[in-house]
Design a protein around this ligand. Structure first.
Ligand SMILES: [Zn+2]
Length: 358
């Protein structure tokens, strides 16, 4: 019968590794048992009622990393790729105001997607009937229940989607494309995976002020003001006035998405962070040597220098006093929009000042 063959490969692998750990030499079995066969309570279910909102972000980051490492070991899918999908889903949950009841993971499945479009029971948790109706729902925790508020069940489901026909890069990319049906989502997930792969951690919440707090600068809230060049546009950012050559630094962990000339922004650079926010730095006098698109950057890393480039053809400069134009843009998967960076700038400035005092 179809339903019998559809028993989760995941559960089989998990069971297999349990068996394996019992019969193989201690060194190997310890390693497998500690990493796979016995998921830590925090990672295994939501039954404990742990609320991550009350947890230290560093602890959550470490627990998430540990969880994706375990899943990676069982499925062969790189942890950074799983983490990137999960993190992308997290950012979409935020902008789409979706509620997800998971403990550490953030992947959202609608009821219809989980149980199967034609399943008469849209709240189905039986892995067999879900499989019969071609729902994505899986049991990854081994309790015979496919629960979309259980981390392991949701990750088993997503791993099966991503790992269809094998976990090599080509298949992973094909499956990702087929699942999201949106090149923009695929691009973001690959950007996130590249960041995680390079950094080797999910502890990436730190930010920095774009200028050294020791430099001479001034700024005020100017987001939404009308501005003078290039027709009627509102001011989508904050202007930080400083002298030529003051270093411009990355405000976040992220990946260089854009670098080069733009008629409005002059020499400008854009960094995508792991919250799917685009950090835009304009009017630079030049770029830090060697910095290229797709480079992974850290908070405080120098990207270039304050200048007055822009408002014309490449190389135009000096049409206004030197300053850094800093913008933040959010992405909902289809379009981007600017939001006021001023409150973030104030916070990052304060944090940098506090770090200096330590
Ligand atoms: Zn500006």
């Amino acid at each position: 019968m179809i339903v019998m063959h559809s028993t989760s490969r995941w559960t089989k692998v998990l069971t297999l590794s349990l068996l394996l750990s019992a019969v193989t030499p201690p060194a190997f079995s310890d390693r497998v048992a500690s990493q796979v066969a016995a998921p830590s309570p925090s990672a295994s279910s939501t039954q404990t009622g742990t609320n991550n909102k009350t947890k230290d972000p560093k602890t959550v980051a470490a627990e998430r990393k540990e969880l994706f490492d375990k899943i990676s070991l069982v499925t062969g899918i790189p942890w950074s790729f799983l983490a990137a999908v999960d993190q992308y889903e997290k950012t979409m949950n935020t902008v789409k105001k979706r509620s997800v009841q998971l403990t550490l993971a953030n992947i959202y499945f609608s009821e219809a997607a989980w149980s199967g479009m034609l399943n008469p029971n849209q709240l189905d948790t039986n892995p067999r009937s879900i499989a019969f109706f071609h729902g994505y729902g899986r049991d990854g925790s081994g309790d015979q229940i496919a629960d979309k508020s259980n981390d392991l069940d949701v990750l088993a489901a997503m791993s099966e989607i991503l790992g269809k026909n094998g976990v090599n890069q080509e298949n992973l990319q094909t499956n990702l494309t087929n699942y999201y049906q949106n090149p923009r989502s695929v691009l973001r997930i690959n950007q996130f995976a590249a960041i995680y792969e390079k950094l080797g951690t999910m502890d990436v919440n730190e930010h920095a002020f774009p200028l050294p707090v020791t430099a001479d600068y001034s700024y005020r809230s100017t987001w939404g003001d009308s501005r003078g060049w290039g027709g009627h546009r509102i001011h989508e950012g904050t202007d930080l006035f400083a002298g030529y050559g003051v270093p411009v630094r990355s405000t976040c962990y992220g990946i260089v998405e854009e670098k080069g000339w733009n008629p409005y922004g002059g020499w400008r650079i854009g960094i995508r962070d792991l919250n799917n926010i685009y950090h835009y730095y304009a009017h630079l006098s030049g770029f830090q040597k060697g910095i290229q698109p797709n480079d992974i950057v850290k908070p405080g890393q120098v990207l270039g220098w304050v200048g007055s480039s822009g408002y014309g053809k490449p190389g135009t400069s000096g049409k206004f006093p030197p300053h850094l134009h800093f913008g933040l843009y959010r992405d909902n998967g289809n379009k981007e929009w600017s939001f006021d960076p001023y409150p973030s700038l104030r916070r990052w400035e304060r944090e940098d000042q506090q770090r200096r005092k330590k």
